[in-house]
Design a protein around this ligand. Structure first.
Ligand code: PMP
Length: 285
């Protein structure tokens, strides 16, 4: 059966799920989105994702023409319609179609799009043995220019860094902020372990406040692991005992090499393994 895509209250088969070429989401990247996961039919941290979507929208003066509860229901309905239980969900709100020109007032109704599909994870081998990453020369958007907290349809900043990673043979790339501090990867947040404690950049380092990041912080604290949200540099990664990334699609994935330096002993570390396991138990509970 073909995947049915939700667009403004109606379902369309994947091949017929289309928006106008005049949609400002396409013309200018004017819109916002979320990437979510469902486990056994339940969307993980659904409310947090919906809240982040509405916050992103509010910050760009985009009014989502649907109440939060109704949108949540639409996501659940779309999953059901597609008989999906363990799925990846892409929820988008575009500014809508209109005349050419940046002014959002030129557009009519925003498009609310819900795509549910099977999940494509990194290969299991990378979860077992860890990722190798490099630092991209492309820095993360300056928060005073475009806040990285907005999950907008314009991902060129991250795509530029992703291309650098791929060209270096790496599936992810580290991005620094305008101060040269560690920010995040192109689609994942980053953690390191030093002296048995966990370190991750604070939100004001210019990162997306990842929902998986927040879940992992909670899990670590529950397990008695200290978590510090403080700025750090690549030096701190190079001398760390462990490193891992978090994201809705990737979940928790170990990193064993950064910029050709082995992290710790170059093997997946015990705290990474512990949090990987705890996260899997949490999402499947
Ligand atoms: N940073 C960026 C830039 C992202 O796009 C994402 C989501 N793909 C993340 C971090 C991870 O956020 P979450 O855990 O909410 O998926």
């Amino acid at each position: 059966m073909s995947i049915e895509v939700f667009i403004n209250g109606q379902y369309y088969p994947k091949a017929e799920a289309k928006v106008s070429v005049y949609d400002h989401g396409l013309l200018y990247g004017d819109g916002v989105f979320e990437g979510m996961r469902s486990y056994s039919g339940k969307v993980f941290r659904h409310d947090e994702h919906i809240d982040r979507l509405y916050d992103s929208a509010r910050s760009i003066l985009l009014e989502i023409p649907m109440e939060k509860e109704a949108l949540k229901q639409a996501v659940n309905d779309t999953l059901k319609k597609n008989n999906l239980v363990d799925a990846y969900i892409r929820l988008l709100v575009t500014r809508g179609a209109g005349e050419l020109g940046l002014d959002p007032a030129k557009t009519e109704d925003p498009r609310i799009i819900i795509i549910t599909d099977h999940i494509k994870l990194y290969p299991q081998e990378l979860y077992d043995n860890g990722l190798k990453i490099i630092t991209a020369a492309t820095i993360r958007n300056h928060p005073a220019a475009l806040s990285p907290r907005i999950k907008s349809l314009n991902y060129l900043n991250n795509i530029m860094a992703k291309i650098e990673g791929i060209q270096a043979g790496c599936a992810e790339a580290l991005m620094l902020n305008h101060k040269g501090e560690v920010a995040e990867c192109t689609g994942d947040n980053i953690f390191i372990v030093r002296g048995g404690a966990l370190y991750t950049p604070p939100i004001d380092a210019g990162i997306l406040e990842g929902i998986t990041r927040n879940a992992v912080i909670e899990l670590a604290e529950k397990a008695g692991i200290q978590v510090h949200q403080i700025p750090f540099t690549r030096y701190d990664i190079y001398v760390a005992e462990e490193c891992f990334l978090t994201g809705s699609a990737a979940e928790v994935i170990p990193v064993i090499e950064v910029d050709t330096r082995s992290i710790g002993d170059g093997k997946v570390g015990p705290i990474t393994k512990q949090l990987y396991k705890a996260f899997h138990e949490l999402v499947r509970s």
